[in-house]
Each structure stands twice: as C-alpha cells, then as structure tokens.
Write a protein that binds this ligand. Structure first.
Ligand SMILES: CC(C)(COP(=O)(O)OP(=O)(O)OC[C@H]1O[C@@H](n2cnc3c(N)ncnc32)[C@H](O)[C@@H]1OP(=O)(O)O)[C@@H](O)C(=O)NCCC(=O)NCCS
Length: 185
C-alpha cells in the first residue's frame, strides 16, 4: 500500500507550524514532558526511562517528532531507521494526549516520519500494536498501513503469536514507501 497522507517533502531539520500545532524533532529539554505524556498511555503505552529518551533525542531525533500546542507536548512518535536493514523504519511508540485525540496529531506526526524515511531512501515503515487496540488498528488502516499476515485473528485483526517474544503477540502493520526522484540514501 502506498502512503496518501504524506506532506509535501521538505528538508530536514524540519519545523512545521500550522495553526497552534508545532512539530519539532525530539530534543533533550522535552524529555520530562514526553515521559509525562507516555505515562498517560496505559494500557498500550508504557513510559520508558529517561536514558532511553536521551538516546532517542541524541541519536534518532529526526524520526522522533513531537507535537506541541501552546508549549504543551501533546503527541509524539518514536521511530528508528534499522541498522540491520537500512531500507526499513520501525515505529516503536505512538502517543497522543487523551485531550487531543481525533484531531489529526498522529496523522501529522506519522507524515513527518514518512517524509524523513523517504529522504533516507527507505522503502518500508512497520509497527506493531497489541491485540484489542482498536483505536490503533483504525488509525493505522486510516493512514494507509496494511496488516501483515498473521497466524490467527483477534477481533478480526491478523496477529502473529509471540512476535515480540513469549506472550507478546502483536498485530503487525506495514506501509510501503514509493520511491521519489532525488531521494538521498
Ligand atoms: C492510537 C492513537 C495514537 C491515535 O492518535 P490520534 O492523534 O487520536 O489519531 P488521529 O487524530 O491522527 O487519527 C487519524 C485517523 O485514525 C483513525 N482513528 C484514530 N483514532 C481512532 C479511534 N479511537 N476510533 C476510530 N478511528 C480512529 C481515524 O480514521 C482518524 O481520522 P479521522 O479522525 O479524520 O476520522 C491514540 O488513540 C493514542 O494515543 N492511543 C493510546 C496509545 C496507543 O495505543 N498508541 C498506539 C500504540 S501501537
């Protein structure tokens, strides 16, 4: 499936302002606010440690966009380009503040990750959701992701048993990125 929700490509580092929403790469000063945001994500998101976010802000900021409204961190995507297969970007966490859901924040953040993946010449973005996370399932489908085949279904969604280790069954989604002229490896 090819993405249809991408913004027009711009150069990185990027900084997007539309209405009150600003999207910025994760930087170290944001880490306490990002942890506070992630702590609102139970049961599907668990905040990681400060040093984890330090790593993301220091080594992966261009694929970790943060959404800010009136100075408040309201959403983030944590994603990485694979070193083992540099054509792939893996999305680890996606979170929108409960007061700001269904306003297109994830759509905008994921568009930013797609834009960066395209700049890096990647061909695929993939992510996982926990079974029963219907909001996430609907979001990934709405954003053009397809389900990777599973060994069974949960609530009609294909899942792969133990995908992330024993007891960690996941629905897996992927988006193929169409190559565009002028892509930089
Ligand atoms: C899933 C989540 C990240 C979506 O974030 P969001 O900012 O609300 O998503 P958006 O507003 O960009 O939604 C984009 C589209 O996804 C679909 N969608 C998102 N949430 C939905 C929901 N609860 N029910 C149905 N469709 C939904 C819609 O089609 C939506 O477009 P629309 O509002 O124009 O119809 C958010 O619900 C969240 O943070 N949940 C808790 C953490 C989590 O589960 N993260 C994902 C782990 S894999």
């Amino acid at each position: 499936m090819t993405a249809s929700w991408a913004c027009a490509p711009t150069r990185w580092p990027w900084h997007l302002e539309t209405d009150q929403l600003t999207i910025e790469p994760l930087h170290q000063q944001m880490i306490p606010d990002v942890i506070a945001l992630m702590e609102l994500g139970e049961p599907f998101i668990t905040a990681r440690t400060y040093s984890d976010y330090w790593l993301y802000a220091t080594l992966f900021s261009s694929t970790c966009p943060v959404a800010i409204i009136d100075g408040q961190v309201v959403g983030t995507v944590i994603a990485f380009r694979s070193q083992d297969d540099p054509s792939e970007v893996y999305v680890q966490d996606v979170m929108t503040h409960p007061d700001h859901r269904r306003r297109g924040i994830t759509r905008r953040l994921m568009a930013r990750v797609l834009e960066r993946a395209r700049e890096m010449g990647c061909g695929r973005i993939f992510l996982t959701s926990e079974p029963h996370n219907q909001a996430a399932h609907r979001a990934w489908v709405a954003l053009g992701f397809g389900s990777v085949s599973g060994d069974r279904t949960v609530d009609g969604v294909p899942v792969i048993t133990d995908f992330k280790g024993p007891g960690k069954t996941r629905a897996v989604y992927e988006l193929t990125i169409a190559r565009s002229p002028g892509t930089v490896e």
